[in-house]
Design a protein around this ligand. Sequence first.
Ligand code: F6P
Length: 306
Amino acid sequence: MDSNNPMRFRTHLSTNNIEKDLRRILDFFAQTSKYISKEIKKSNRKTAGTVNMYGEEQLALDVIVDNLIEKKLAHEKSFGIKDFVSEERDQIIHLNTQGGRYSIAADPLDGSSLVDVNLSIGTIIGVHDGPIEPFRPGSKTLVAAMYFLYGPNTTLVYTAGNGTHEFVQDEVGNFVLCQENIRLNEKGKIYSPGGNRNKWLPRHRQFINELEENKYKLRYSGGLVPDVNQILEKGGIFTYPELIDAPQGKLRLLFEAQPTAFIIESAGGVATNGRERILDLTPKRLDERTPLYLSTKKEVEKYLPK
Ligand code: F6P
């Protein structure tokens, strides 16, 4: 690659042997992320007064971004989409545009509660082959996953099953390649532990103690995308475990855990709920949650049942 002329996202997609419509969908989200960035910048931080299916207050921005994605998908003419569902909705939208083959499960604005304090936030996209329902294991349906991280830089990380790649937005808005085929460090230096410590189960507490004894440093922002991204870049472990009062943890299987699991696995890592591979799980409902451990095998195997 010529460092004075870094490869653009669209070029990477077309040289990476990705099916035509899937390529167009991924490029569509790269374009759409620019509008999402604009909305974040325009955000007036006021709440919409609506509540999503998890009983959380929605920021106006969540609603705006969710609607923006739906409208753009519905009007897109260069590819078809079967179903669209997002973390902000309790129903699947059957777009069926041009008899589309793929479906989208999106977390339009992950970590939106961090907007007020100006920490990094993200958008998570999972592309499934076929309809969302009947539910099937992620490993059978998920053909691509991507996230956008709106931080000091806006970055795009994606996998279509052939490695995990990172792009950064340049001064004129193009995503240009910065890392191809990212591989997780075998042993990292940081741990990112979700959930209140006094709600952890003994097995998880002991695992975290071991990481601390091994001099892992605590790095946790409370935004899944930045927290996962730092593990991808620096090595280490992200956890959001089962809790005494929440056996399924907090994170949503379809919208958060499976897409990030696909990205981490494609970078040579492991994604588990502590017992099973995240991508082998079949959601039973749209809002299903799961405990999540993302890391290398070496790091997570201390926790996994022998
Ligand atoms: O699910 C939304 C989310 O904000 C994730 O982005 C993040 O990983 C998690 O919740 C943080 O949860 P907590 O506030 O319990 O640390």
